[in-house]
Ligand binder design. Structure first.
Ligand SMILES: [Zn+2]
Length: 215
C-alpha cells in the first residue's frame, strides 16, 4: 500500500493476519497456535487524534479491560459513507473513553478520539504498555443491516458480521468485501487517501481515509 501523492503517513506496524507483533514477537505465545492479528496496528504517540475512516454514526463506546482498552465502534452504512458495503470499525486502546454518544453522526475524517495505550499495560508490553491504535473492521451483509440500526440493535450484529482486512475499505471498485480475496495483484496495490494539512481530504473525492492525519 501507498498513500495518495506518496504522503508519509503513519504506517502499519502489524498488518492484518500477522502472526507477529510490531516488535517481531510471536502472537502465538499465549495466544494459541492459530493466533493471528484481527486488525491493523499503527504505532502512535500518546494523544494522537484519531479520525473516522469513513462517514457514519457512533455504534458504541466503552472501557474494555486488558487487551481491549477504551474503544469506540463506528457504523458505516453505504447511504452515509458512499462506500459499496456496510461495515463496523472498532478503534481500541484510546487514551480516554470516547466523548461520543451512540447514534451521533460522524463525518469522514472527523476526530473521534485520541490514541493511547489502555488495555496494553501489564501484559506483553510491560508496565509502560504500547501506545498504538488497533483498528478492526467487520463487514455487514446487506440482509443483516437491519440488525445494526434502530434503538434495539445491540452487539448481536458483531457476531453476525465478518472480520476483514481493514485495507479492504480502501480498495476502489469493490462491490463486496469478498471480492477483495479474488483480485489480481495489481488491484491489491491500494492507494490510501488521507486528511492532510488544514483538515483537507486528499484526494477530495475520497470516501475513506487513513485513521490519522498525515503531514
Ligand atoms: Zn492490534
Amino acid at each position: 500500500m501507498t498513500f495518495f501523492d506518496n504522503a508519509r503517513c503513519a504506517p502499519i506496524s502489524s498488518p492484518y493476519g500477522s502472526s507477529t507483533r510490531y516488535d517481531g514477537s510471536s502472537r502465538r505465545t499465549g495466544g494459541g497456535p492459530d493466533a493471528t492479528h484481527g486488525g491493523i496496528d499503527l504505532t502512535l504517540a500518546e494523544g494522537t487524534p484519531l479520525l473516522a475512516i469513513a462517514a457514519g454514526t457512533v455504534f458504541a463506546t466503552g472501557e474494555g479491560g486488558q487487551m481491549e482498552g477504551n474503544f469506540v465502534w463506528l457504523l458505516h452504512l453505504p447511504d452515509r459513507s458512499g462506500l459499496p458495503f456496510a461495515f463496523l470499525a472498532k478503534y481500541q486502546h484510546l487514551a480516554a473513553p470516547a466523548p461520543l454518544r451512540r447514534g451521533a453522526v460522524v463525518a469522514l475524517g472527523q476526530e473521534i478520539a485520541r490514541s493511547g495505550s489502555t488495555g496494553t499495560v501489564g501484559g506483553h508490553y510491560g508496565s509502560a504498555g504500547y501506545a498504538h491504535l488497533h483498528l478492526t473492521v467487520r463487514s455487514i451483509a446487506a440482509d443483516k443491516i437491519a440488525l445494526a440500526v434502530g434503538p434495539e440493535s445491540g452487539f448481536s450484529i458483531v457476531r453476525d458480521s465478518i472480520q476483514i482486512d481493514p485495507l479492504t475499505v480502501y480498495v476502489p471498485g469493490l462491490r463486496s468485501p469478498g471480492e477483495a480475496a479474488d483480485l489480481p495483484a495489481e488491484r491489491k496495490q491500494v492507494v490510501v487517501a488521507y486528511v492532510g494539512a488544514g483538515s483537507v481530504v486528499r484526494p477530495a473525492s475520497a470516501r475513506a481515509v487513513w485513521p490519522v492525519a498525515c503531514p
